[in-house]
Each structure stands twice: as C-alpha cells, then as structure tokens.
Design a protein around this ligand. Structure first.
Ligand SMILES: Cc1ncc(COP(=O)(O)O)c(C=O)c1O
Length: 501
C-alpha cells in the first residue's frame, strides 16, 4: 500500500468535506460516502490519505458511529477504501492496484495530455501555458548594453558554472533589498527555474524518496519528480469553491504530513501558487517553516511568480526565506515570468556549501550558462521597473477581461480572484475538465484540465485558465469554451479517458 500520504484528523476531514449539500436526500451513510468520494475526485482529499477512525469521525460530524461505519463499508465495497487490521483505512481510486499511485514514479496516464492531438494554426488559442510576450523595448535596450559589455569577457574561457559574478550579485541584492540578506556565494545561476528545480531535486533526493507537493501543483515539477523516480506525496489545497479562512494551505496538515510520511524534500509555491494563484499568508509561512525545521525537511520554495503582483495591490508577505534561521531553505526564481521565458535565466538561493554541490552536479549535464544572456539579465535586474510595470499591467488587464467574460458567458463556473500571477483556477459545476480538454481542439483551443495538476488523476472539476494572452484572444477563448461547455458536462467522469477508464 502506498503510505506516502498522512492520516488526516477528523477535524481536517470535516473541513475538507465542506458543508452538507442542500436538499441531500437518501440515507445519511450514503451521503457521507458520496461526500468523501467527491472530495477525492476534486483533489480536496489526497488519494492514499488515511482516514480517521469511525469513532473520531462520528464525533467530528455529530453522526452515529453506525452511520460512519456503514459509509466506510460502502466505500470499501465500491473500491474507494482499503482497510487493514491495525493500520486503519486509506483512500484509493477504484480499479487501481491499491490506490492509483502504487508506484507513482512509474505512473503516466492521468497526468498526460489524454491523447488529445495538439491543435495548430494561426487561429488556435493556447490556454495551456501561462507566459507573456516580452517587454520588447526593455529587452532590446538591455541586449544592446550586453553586446557593449561582451568584449571585456572574450579574453576568458567563457565557462562559469556558478553564473557570472555580476549576475549573482544582482540577484543577491534583490533578496537583500527584500529583507533577506544574501551574498553572491549563495546564488547559482541556472537556465531557468525548471533547471533549478531538477538540479535541486537530484542533489537533495534519491530514487524512491518522497517529495511533498501541493495538490494541485505545477505540472512540470510533478513530471520531473516522476521522471527522476521520486514519489510525489500530495497535500491538498482546496479550490475557489471550497475556500478556507487563512487561504488554502493547512499548516497543521502540512506539519502532520511532514511528521508522518518523512518526505526527503517539500516543494511549495507560496507566491501566486501555480495553478491556484493563492498567496500564503505570513502566519502560515512561519508555521510551515517551523514544521519543516521540526521534521528536519528541507523546503524548496519556488518564487517564479513572486514579482507578478497586479499594480496597486498590497505588498506580498515576506519571502519564505526570511522565516529560515539556519539557511536550510532553498529558493528558486526566474526571469521567465517577470520578463520573458526566452531569456532562460533562473537561479537557486541556498547555503554556500549546497551551492558548491549544485554547481558540481550541474556540470554533469550542462557546463555553464550563456555569457551574453547573463550580461543582458544583469541590466534587466539592475533597472527592472519599466519592464515589470508593463508585464504586471498586461496580467492585470488579462485577469479582468477573463474574469468578466467568464461571469457573463459561464456564470456557473467559479473562478479564483487572484491579486497577481498568471492564471485563474476555475471550479466547474461538475467533473468534466478532461472532456472539455478533449473537445477544445474542435473549437481551436488548447486547455489544461485539473488532473494535469495532480499525481493521481483527480481534480476533474477544475481547470486552469491563464490570462497571459491579449484581452481580445481571452474573450474569444471564453466564447469557444461556452460553445463546448454543455456537451462536455453531459459526460460522466467514468466516460473520460485518463482515470477510471
Ligand atoms: C511554478 C513554476 N516554476 C517553474 C517554472 C519554470 O520556469 P522557467 O521558464 O524559468 O524554467 C514555471 C513555468 O511555468 C512555473 O510556473
């Protein structure tokens, strides 16, 4: 049995189940079983999570123990629960071998693109990726300055596995300005944040190790974890239809998961989380940092979207690293979201000893980053404001357009209300996200359904919609979604290829 997910307390389970549906009819045990099943399908409860005892849940829900026992029996009969004497009951997906993720490092199906052919052509709108066009003027000006700087570097051998010193200093200064004192020897320049992620994963974990992830999370991190044969251990983040006060992160659940499942690394995106767009508040940051310290788990903090607050919005909580007293936290960042993905400049901030190990590891696959691009990045980072203002403004107007079009054309879809980042996380009125993705090419759209953002094929009732495209394309895209929404909704989740096939 897969034990990579924590046993959840009755209080957490009650919170995750949400309120009783209005007008629910039928026996209480059937309603309870259905609520638990729906919470798994929506990703609110992780597949393989351990359930509380019947007695504890009965007390938490003020139901009789017989009702809870009958609900567990029904779930067991339907294949949603595994019970072993002495080790309690664990959730699973029916039709899978002891849970969908008996060996998640091997599993591929649900997280793939469901065999949908990629649409192409000038009229296709790609809502599967979330990247802006470049701030052309700022990039062109920085490139001209970089070309002028280049001759001073041509006498050397051109290799800098740690990154150019000037760029490491510019990145370190940004942390220091943000209240996290940092020196250049704490920075390794990488070819983007994805490179930074895989280098850190390779250095801090080994095949078979567990890596705690948020569920939903950034799909390419999940793919990298599985490709490296590490085991993703999800902690659920409720969607916009299930909002909890204090935000979607539950610090008690994160602490329990760290304690009980002993992951080798925990990967979190506290700033405009991908895909929910949520921001972790300062109190939760402090609690998560404390829990990581207590369980001795290194935190890998992805700050790719940190700079993408909408203009005029309140300042973000302090960087996660400011809650780290002993340099045990690893942060990664990138210019891809704040400036342009085509730059391929990212970085890792960590203790100098770890930076040395990472630079050595880097040489196995990639000797060094390009000098000219790093020179360009120095100029952007030393004078970022105009370009950042442009990109933030583009995102804010994209968010307003997309939110307005959804409200008008698909009023039953419930979208998050981000204050930055590049996407809405949308709760659909039913579990048909994969069906929507399957139909999307027929109307010239490409979309990423909820299951793409988790390890086990759940989250069928969710969809990520980026707002990085120009406003007119976003409006057209919502019209196209509205044209296929009813057809997609008619399908039951069990008809959808990807899981429960
Ligand atoms: C959360 C997150 N991390 C990392 C990356 C990778 O970014 P880069 O282009 O810098 O490799 C992305 C790109 O979408 C992302 O959304």
């Amino acid at each position: 049995m897969n034990e990579s997910t924590a046993r959840i307390s009755a209080a957490t389970l009650v919170r995750r189940l949400g309120p009783l549906p209005a007008g629910g009819s039928g026996p209480a045990y059937r309603n309870l079983a259905e609520r638990i099943r729906n919470a798994v399908l929506d990703g609110r409860l992780a597949v393989s999570a351990g359930l509380p005892s019947e007695r504890e849940l009965a007390a938490g829900l003020t139901l009789s123990r017989t009702t809870v026992a009958a609900a567990y029996t029904l779930l067991r009969q339907q294949g949603w629960l595994d019970s072993r004497r002495g080790s309690g009951s664990r959730l699973r997906l029916p039709g899978t071998d002891s849970g969908a993720v008996a060996d998640p490092a091997r599993s591929v199906g649900p997280a793939g693109w469901f065999g949908v052919p990629e649409p192409s052509g000038p009229d296709v709108i790609d809502l599967a990726t979330a990247s802006l066009p470049a701030p052309a003027e700022a990039i062109t000006a920085a490139a001209a300055k970089a070309v002028a700087d280049l001759p001073a570097h041509l006498g050397g051998d051109g290799y800098s596995p740690y990154g150019l010193l000037g760029l490491r200093e510019a990145i370190a200064d940004r942390y220091t300005l943000d209240g996290v004192p940092t020196t250049a020897d704490q920075i390794l320049v990488t070819n983007g944040a994805q490179h930074a992620f895989t280098l850190t994963l390779q250095e801090l974990t080994a095949p078979g190790d567990r890596v705690l992830i948020e569920c939903p999370t950034y799909p390419l991190a999940l793919d990298a974890i599985r490709a490296a044969r590490r085991i993703p251990g999800p902690v659920g983040l409720p969607g916009p239809d299930q909002e909890q006060c204090g935000g979607p992160w539950d610090p008690d659940l994160i602490a329990a998961t760290l304690r009980q499942t002993a992951p080798r690394l925990a990967y979190l995106i506290p700033d405009f989380q991908n895909p929910t767009g949520a921001v972790m508040d300062a109190e939760t940051r402090a609690a998560v940092a404390r829990a990581a310290r207590a369980s001795n788990t290194p935190l890998l903090i992805d700050e790719s979207f940190r700079d993408m607050s909408f203009p005029g919005r309140e300042a973000l909580p302090p960087r996660m690293a400011s809650f780290d007293s002993g340099l045990r936290m690893v942060s990664l960042g990138s210019l891809s979201k704040s400036f342009w993905g085509g730059l391929r400049i990212g970085w890792i901030r960590a203790a100098p000893t770890l930076i040395n190990r990472l630079a050595t590891g880097r040489a196995l696959g990639d000797m060094s980053g390009p000098v000219l691009d790093q020179l360009l990045a120095i100029h952007l980072l030393r004078d970022p404001q105009d370009a950042l203002d442009l990109q933030r403004g583009r995102l804010a107007s994209g968010a307003a357009t997309l939110t307005g079009a959804l409200t008008r054309l698909l009023p039953r879809w419930q979208a998050s209300r981000p204050t930055g980042g590049a996407f809405l996380w949308v709760a659909l009125p039913g579990p048909f996200a994969s069906e929507l993705a399957r139909l999307a090419p027929s109307v010239g759209l490409r979309i990423a359904p909820g299951p793409r953002f988790g390890p086990d094929g759940t989250m069928e009732s969710y969809l990520r919609l980026p707002f990085s495209q120009p406003p007119e394309k976003l409006t057209t895209a919502v019209h196209r979604l509205a044209a296929i929404a009813d057809r997609a909704a008619e399908r039951r989740p069990t008809d959808v290829s990807g899981w429960l096939a």
